[in-house]
Design a protein around this ligand. Sequence first.
Ligand code: NCD
Length: 340
Amino acid sequence: MDFKGSDILSVDQFQKEDLKLLFDTAAQMEIYATRQRVTRVLEGAVLANLFFEPSTRSRVSFGAAFNRLGGEVRDTTGFRFSSMAKGESVYDTSRVISGYSDVMVVRHPEEGAVKQFADATKIPVINGGDGPGEHPTQALLDLYTVMKEHGRSLDQIDGLSIAMIGDLKNGRTVHSLAKLLSLFEDLSFTLVSPKSLRMPDEVIERVRSRNHQVQETENLAEGVKNADIVYMTRIQEERFSSPEEFARHRGRYSIDRKFYADQCKEGAVLMHPLPIDGRPGAQEINDDLHGHPKLAVYRQTDNGIPVRMALFSLVLGVADKVHDVAKDALWYHPEQVDSE
Ligand code: NCD
């Protein structure tokens, strides 16, 4: 694909060579993401970061990635504080915002709504999550994390085994990630969920049509036993119509240190898009795993910065100019608490 000027709405847009370009660019962004150097390549550019659903990491990491390229960010959060609360249409909101900004990131509770934003403007629109639909940039940073955690190149993703666990029906991150991974060869997917929260057939069909193995089970121990990657997800409370139904599933799947040691394959990498439901009775990933070398979830969130920087720089056509306007970062910056 030609990234320059493109909307990023679905992982269906990517071929393997696009991922290679994106991840090579992301690797080049690591020195800025880790605050060793500063670049001003997007000086003067404005990102409109429109989040109509709750978010912490996606909103802040899109914004921080844009800032680290030297651009500025204007955020809105929720319907309540936007003119949509006064009945404004998607067309009008999108057209108006595109007069103020150079690129838009939109998160919206309805599947397909981000495409409507994109249809109403010529500036690039990036899908930051559309209801239970897709979350393409999360899938990109997840795949980038898989590569880094396993010390593999893109050509070495073939043959991996991944367990996806939890609310596979409503979780948009697993929809995007399964579709993106299906570009590779000979993968084995184990889908662990209650029957009523199964991965949509359309996603399973896609994966199977590319000759990958797909097994479904409700049993966590069975699901993780051969997996190189254990990808946990949150039960998506906000998509349930009745609190009772949500309560039935909450806490159904949870991994702690003992379970990891007893049941997971040696060296299995533990991932989760976050947020974990950390309230008592849920905890898909138990707090006792903090500091565990195979708990990749915080490295995964950190990877959101170089990957989103790469995407912005490609979409705005400056990827080859990033280093031309760079200098050393001068401020004090400590290590992360979980650095090994
Ligand atoms: C996810 C999302 O919003 O889809 N979070 C994220 O963006 N990392 C996952 C979730 O909310 O469970």
